[in-house]
Ligand binder design. Structure first.
Ligand SMILES: Nc1nc2c(c(=O)[nH]1)N[C@H]1C(S)=C(S)[C@@H](COP(=O)(O)O)O[C@H]1N2
Ligand SMILES: [Mo]
Length: 517
């Protein structure tokens, strides 16, 4: 191997080792809730920098100044790593040792920061040790395990004991870089998640100005296996396009209502919480919910009517749609009318008496009774653009789903479950039925080819929520098909026609085959 090639590989070894080390540092930082080594060094440099340097940075890079600083630090770290790689291949173990020392220096800087958490030194020190170790190992592949550092110029690669061939070396270096980058992304996501979790703990929701009436006695049938009438937050289905759950600091949150309005409105978190908030029960459903599926849940929401905010903004006569946008770019198009009529379409801040969980939209999301989530329930919402259906499209309507997404009349059997047999004799068939903002008048059940029988409806919380139902059944041995269908408050009978979820929601009757012993 020529000297230039060896030097080139030595540099690669050094760079790969520090990228992996940096990634490991970010993961450790994510786990010990804070203290990213790069961020700590960045903060230290910002504090050290003379005012003229900061002014110049802001003048040059504006609000991107911090990103530029982080990128610059990463470049310097990689360059230092490259130099350490060259040193390690010539004078082992000095290159690896210096990488480890950088880790310790980073750790010292991290502990001296004013926002240092307990164990703030740990990510840097672990990164230094990992970086030093990986560099030692990769450099050995470059120079071989022999202690003599110079090899005969004509020697073939495998003539030196322990020296790896080019492919093996590049594969391991490449793997170190890839793992390092993935770890850095993962570590950052972990930390972001923790940041929001901390913010959620600090939130104290105001008492509702208009409290929801208590859940009526008789709304909960208490049948084992039947979905509870209020879905607990940690059991609530989650659907979104977010790879990493957005982490929004409520102190920095605001919503802007603009577009076809006479008066643009901006509202901050504190301003929103100061408004008279109202509680309402609304069952949220996903358009992708198959017949009998579980992408549906019911909660008590606390929020402020969007209707009131739109009244402040005064939409112009031509407007017919509101395009809501989340902090991560997701959009939903909601008919203006659904947000201005008398239904409880709200900017929600609370779910079942708690701040919204992060994955359900903390700090603020939309909830609109009667519409599937993809056209109404924007989480992490930051913008309401008043516009027209013929002028703008939303995330899913741009991908083949219907422009309008009213929730379809549906019913589901929860018990007996289809996958286990039951004992012959007296049992109960029970489930839920819904057509939000219309209401359910009845549910019928058919067993095999028998007559349709009226199930008993529980007391509905409101027309905006699902309702439980049940029917006693004396089960006889054998296999039976149980199916159900609902009738809406307007007299519509749930259709048996099978439709897929695309483009505007599934239809058909839910049926289960039950084995009775
Ligand atoms: N920001 C954002 N909001 C979103 C989505 C999304 O992908 N991103 N998905 C929507 C869809 S399709 C549904 S069904 C509901 C689900 O809300 P949940 O996860 O709280 O149950 O959120 C809606 N709001
Ligand atoms: Mo959805």
């Amino acid at each position: 191997m020529t000297t230039e090639r060896a030097t080139g590989r030595a540099g690669i070894a050094g760079a790969a080792a520090v990228v992996l080390a940096g990634g490991v540092g970010e993961v450790v930082a994510g786990l010990v809730s804070g203290g990213s080594p790069v961020a700590a060094v960045g903060g230290w440099l910002i504090d050290l920098a003379p005012p003229w340097a900061k002014d110049t940075a802001i003048a040059l890079f504006g609000t991107n100044d911090k990103v530029v600083l982080i990128v610059a630090i990463c470049i310097v770290i990689v360059l230092l790593g490259t130099a350490c790689g060259a040193l390690e291949t010539r004078r082992p173990p000095w290159g690896a040792a210096i990488v480890a020392v950088f880790g310790i220096v980073g750790g010292v800087i991290a502990t001296t920061r004013s926002d240092a958490v307990v164990g703030a030194w740990l990510p840097s020190v672990v990164a230094g040790v990992v970086g030093g170790g990986v560099l030692w190992w990769l450099a050995r592949m470059v120079r071989g395990s022999a202690t003599r550092t110079e090899s005969p110029p004509a020697a073939s690669t495998d003539a030196v004991p322990g020296r790896a061939d080019r492919r093996t070396f590049l594969m391991w270096s490449g793997a170190a870089v890839v793992v390092g980058l993935l770890a850095a992304a993962g570590g950052n996501a972990l930390r972001a998640g923790r940041a929001a979790a901390t913010a959620i703990r600090d939130v104290v929701l105001p008492r509702p100005a208009v409290a929801a009436p208590p859940v009526p006695a008789g709304a909960e049938l208490d049948v084992p296996g039947l979905a509870s009438v209020i879905t607990p937050n940690d059991g609530f289905y989650r659907i979104d396009t977010a790879l990493i759950v957005p982490s929004v600091n409520p102190a920095e949150w605001s919503i802007r209502i603009h577009g076809l309005v006479e008066n643009e409105v901006t509202l901050t978190w504190d301003e929103l919480l100061a408004l008279p908030l109202e509680e309402s029960y609304t069952t949220l459903a996903c358009v992708s919910n198959e017949v009998g599926g579980s992408l549906i849940g019911n909660a008590r929401w606390l929020g402020y009517p969007i209707r009131e905010l739109l009244a402040r903004a005064r939409p112009t006569a031509e407007a017919d749609m509101v395009l809501s946008r989340s902090v991560d770019g997701f959009t939903a198009s909601t008919p203006l009318e659904a947000l201005t009529d008398d239904r409880a379409a709200i900017l929600a801040v609370g779910m079942n008496g708690e701040p919204l969980p992060q994955e359900h939209g903390f700090p603020v999301r939309m909830v609109v009774p009667g519409l599937y989530g993809y056209v109404s329930a924007t989480k992490w919402v930051v913008e309401l653009e008043v516009t027209r259906f013929d002028r703008a499209r939303a995330y899913w309507t741009d991908r083949g789903w219907s422009e309008l997404g009213p929730i379809k009349l549906q019913s589901r059997i929860d018990v007996p479950r289809g996958d286990q047999s039951i004992a012959a004799g007296d049992t109960v068939i029970a489930g839920v039925a819904w057509q939000q903002h219309v209401g359910v008048a009845g549910v019928e059940v058919q067993i095999d080819d028998g007559a349709w029988r009226q199930a008993t409806l529980a007391t509905a919380i409101s027309d905006d929520t699902w309702v439980q139902w049940s029917l006693p059944w004396t089960a006889t041995a054998g296999r039976h098909v149980v199916r159900c269908r609902a009738t809406s408050a307007t007299g519509e009978v749930q259709t048996s026609a099978v439709a897929p979820v695309v483009p505007d929601g599934a239809t058909g009757w839910h049926e289960r085959t039950v084995t009775v012993d």
